[in-house]
Design a protein around this ligand. Structure first.
Ligand code: MN
Length: 498
């Protein structure tokens, strides 16, 4: 068991600095340098060409769509787009890299010098500076068989699937992220999450974390104070969930604090994250860039996106998530805290669709963030997974607005919809939930209640309207809550002659 320092204690005594490298697999139909299919889930080694297998003499050709996607990402991250850039060979020997080098970009990335404002759950904004976004290709996938951990250590043999080899990637590298203090884990998580959201609206990737479409390498270092030079960093590789990104940062801060307290030096190395035990373990001593013997790829011409093309792409960028949130907040008239709750609950799309279905923004928020959030929590489900649609909530609220049901009955209608009994309208009909506003039906119930409580009638006639509630209550009970309470009150007073 690794000895740990309490996290709060560690961040009091050390200043954490982050660096995050995010790889995103682009959703192009074909691979980065050859026409092999790039789709997910095919039989192993059925989506290859001589290029992606690295066969001698095979020549790569750049995928134009991948370049366009890379430019889109660069622009969305406020980067400059290179007028000319080159690919480079990153040389290393590993079974999932059949060419013995990865075609990447080194000193000439396609996009550089950008930034992204990241919003934390409490609304704090932290600007993350982006050093570069470059194009490269994915490696194949090794499967280690026979061990208990799925890692190579202890495995009996390994299998390689080259379907993924050559799928286009964009790697986004931050500058050192400083000034985050005890919020380092949150910033790291929010940054990766913000990138994922951007990839999705840009439509450059499905960006599904669970499929490894987005993977983060998380660099963490500590230094005594914010004025000290940067400490030695560790790089935890291939973290593929938001929660894990947060946990890795937290863990590394505590672990490194122990080492530094003991007077040890931090080794610059890659580390592996173990989801089950919540710890990182040492991988390999990190190669410096020189060890990769980068050199310009001689088989590919430089990529020179014209300024016209870049501006064309810029002009077609969709509204980005943060701008969209601000616009919707203004349109909906939500307070900052209300909007944050909506965002954190992942309810923006649901509310947007509910409003489109005719509900007021206030009513839409009330349903999704109130009753439905409560039920989702109770079922440990996501809001979006509840068996009810925004259109149905719009219809439900329409029934309330029309005075056909009240809020209390609406909850029963909700029960019916969630139980699969159909749309709100049909649940109202089949359960007989419509408000009784027909005076004839109400008067029958009122007369019965008056006859049962002559003492109350006496008091009200005497000028004391207080006890009238007892009569109204009896009528509501007799009509199973479906009476219009305001109308009942009017009729009761009329009847008593008060
Ligand atoms: Mn990379």
């Amino acid at each position: 068991m690794t000895q740990m320092v309490d996290y709060a204690d560690a961040v009091r005594r050390y200043d954490p600095v982050l660096g995050i490298e995010v790889h995103v697999e682009l959703g192009t139909r074909t691979k980065m340098f050859c026409p092999a299919e790039a789709s997910f889930g095919a039989e192993p080694n059925t989506q290859t060409t001589p290029v992606s297998l690295g066969l001698p003499g095979a020549l790569p050709v750049v995928n134009g769509t991948a370049v366009e996607y890379a430019i889109r990402i660069g622009l969305a991250l406020n980067c400059q787009i290179a007028e000319s850039c080159r690919f480079a060979r990153k040389n290393y020997f590993y079974p999932d890299v059949p060419k013995n080098f990865q075609t990447s970009q080194y000193d000439e990335p396609i996009a550089f010098e950008g930034w992204l404002d990241v919003e934390l759950e409490d609304g704090t904004i932290h600007r993350v500076e982006i050093e570069r976004a470059h194009m490269e290709e994915d490696a194949g996938k090794n499967t280690h068989v026979g061990g208990s951990t799925g890692r190579i250590h202890g495995a009996e043999y390994s299998l390689v699937d080259y379907n993924r080899a050559g799928i286009p990637l964009v790697e986004i590298v931050t500058k050192p992220i400083t000034g985050v203090g005890d919020r380092a884990p949150e910033v790291a998580r929010a940054y990766v999450q913000a990138l994922r959201d951007i990839f999705r609206v840009l439509d450059v990737s499905e960006a599904r974390m669970e499929r490894g479409n987005v993977r983060a390498d998380v660099n963490v270092s500590l230094r005594p104070t914010a004025e000290s030079p940067l400490g030695t960093r560790t790089e935890t590789k291939n973290v593929n969930s938001f929660r894990s990104v947060e946990r890795v940062v937290r863990h590394e801060i505590s672990r490194q604090a122990v080492a530094l307290d003991a007077g040890e030096t931090i080794v610059q190395e890659t580390r592996h994250w173990h989801e089950d035990t919540g710890v990182t373990t040492s991988g390999r001593v990190k190669s410096d860039a020189e060890d990769y013997r980068y050199f310009p790829e001689p088989d590919l011409v430089p990529v020179e996106p014209s300024r016209e093309w870049v501006e064309e792409i810029r002009a077609t960028l969709p509204e980005l998530p943060q701008a969209r949130r601000r616009r919707l907040q203004t349109e909906w008239g939500y307070a900052d805290a209300e909007m944050r709750d909506v965002v954190n609950a992942g309810a923006i799309e649901l509310i947007e669709a509910t409003v489109a279905a005719g509900s007021s923004p206030a009513a839409a928020r009330k349903w999704w963030m109130g009753e439905l959030a409560r039920r989702a929590k109770q079922d440990e489900a996501e809001l979006a997974d509840l068996p009810i649609t925004p259109a149905q909530i719009g219809e439900l609220q329409g029934l309330v607005d029309a005075g056909r049901i009240n809020d209390k009955i609406a909850r029963q209608v909700l029960d019916g919809v969630l139980a699969g009994e159909g749309d709100p309208e049909s649940v109202v009909v089949s359960r007989g939930l419509e408000i009784v506003s027909d005076d004839g039906a109400l008067l029958a119930a009122i007369d019965e209640a008056l006859a049962a409580q002559p003492d109350v009638v006496e008091k009200v006639r005497g000028g004391n309207q207080g006890p009238v509630g007892a009569i109204i209550g009896a009528v509501m009970k007799a009509t199973r809550g479906q009476a219009d309470a305001k109308r009942v009150r009017e009729l009761v007073l009329e009847r008593i002659g008060a």
